[in-house]
Design a protein around this ligand. Structure first.
Ligand code: C2E
Ligand code: MG
Ligand code: MG
Length: 286
């Protein structure tokens, strides 16, 4: 039933054996997820965001990982939806925000450059009353200046009930945090709303970056998004940059920031620190 509902309502499907397997994997993960927090199995990796003109690391995106005792490192695709359905995303998300703010401040205290830390927010967190209060508490408790925290919301989250979104985004903006739209280009954006959102940056979805240097359609889309962002006074960052060719092309068409495995994959804090210590410049860009 759940699977049919997920694929759009008003339909039916025949039962197959592997549905059972998936359902039971889901139940097991949900069960394990409940304990993961208490057992400290959640951790953050960080991926640098690079300013292309200078090669400087200007931000880090915090990406959640689950060190499962039996399954090893579980990527977010496998458990975020389960965490959302079960409500566990709320304590997990608060933990992520707290840890990212704490880590960022710890790096600054160690003399490393103060750079933006970007945290992904799920639809459930975003729509829940009390987000602002919990965010305010976390900023106060950790002492991170709000302008160093950036919240990433996907295009589909912000465009759903866009009127209500404007009000929530304005309240978050009043707290002083930055806002960006993740996976831009994959949802249905209302340009009228985009103009009204107090956001700073569009993150071009990685699906357009993959072939950007060879596929005329992808190149046109990415150029279009960059043009749109600039005419609305917003910044742009390309996600999922993997090659020099993509980087050169993006630079040529005026994209100002990029993030991806070409520069660095998401890494544990201990491996990010030396990069920041070296002055925060990324050699690949030179
Ligand atoms: P996202 O926010 O769009 O994050 C970018 C994803 O692309 C990350 O996957 C990252 O590891 C991956 N990536 C980075 N560079 C490259 C590259 O060059 N090539 C390719 N192929 N992939 C690259 P990851 O870490 O598996 O996260 C997947 C998604 O899970 C994220 O997409 C985000 O939507 C969600 N997520 C991650 N952490 C959190 C979190 O703390 N809270 C919530 N609510 N969602 C999270
Ligand atoms: Mg993101
Ligand atoms: Mg993305």
């Amino acid at each position: 039933m759940y699977q049919t509902k997920e694929g759009g309502r008003n339909a039916y499907q025949f039962y197959t054996g592997d549905m059972n397997e998936r359902a039971s994997e889901r139940l097991t993960l949900e069960h394990d997820l409940r304990r993961a927090l208490e057992r400290g199995e959640m951790l953050l990796h960080y991926q640098p965001q690079i300013e292309l003109a200078s090669g400087r690391i200007v931000g880090l995106e915090a990406l959640l990982r689950w060190r499962h005792p039996r399954l090893g490192l579980v990527p977010p695709e496998r458990f975020i939806a389960i965490a959302e359905d079960s409500g566990l995303i709320v304590p997990i998300g608060e933990g992520v925000l707290h840890e990212a703010c704490r880590q960022s401040l710890a790096w600054q205290a160690a003399g490393l450059p103060a750079i933006t830390i970007a945290v992904n927010l799920s639809a459930v967190q975003f729509r829940r009353a009390g987000l602002e209060d919990s965010l305010r508490d976390i900023l106060t408790a950790t002492g991170l200046p709000p302008h160093l925290l950036e919240l990433e919301l996907t295009e589909s989250v912000v465009m759903d009930q866009a009127d209500a979104t404007v009000a929530i985004l304005n309240r978050l903006h009043d707290l002083g945090v930055r806002l960006s739209i993740d996976d831009f280009g994959t949802g249905y954006s209302s340009l009228a709303y985009l103009k009204r959102f107090p956001i700073e940056k569009l993150k071009v979805d990685q699906s357009f970056i993959h072939d950007v240097a060879h596929d005329a359609d992808d190149a046109a889309i990415v150029r279009g998004i960059i043009g749109l962002a600039h005419s609305l006074g917003l910044g742009v960052i390309a996600e999922g940059v993997e090659t020099r060719e993509q980087l050169d092309f993006l630079r040529e068409i005026g994209c100002e920031q990029a993030q991806g495995n070409y520069f660095s994959p998401p890494l544990p804090p201990a491996e990010i620190e030396p990069m920041l210590r070296k002055g925060g410049y990324c050699e690949e860009v030179q």
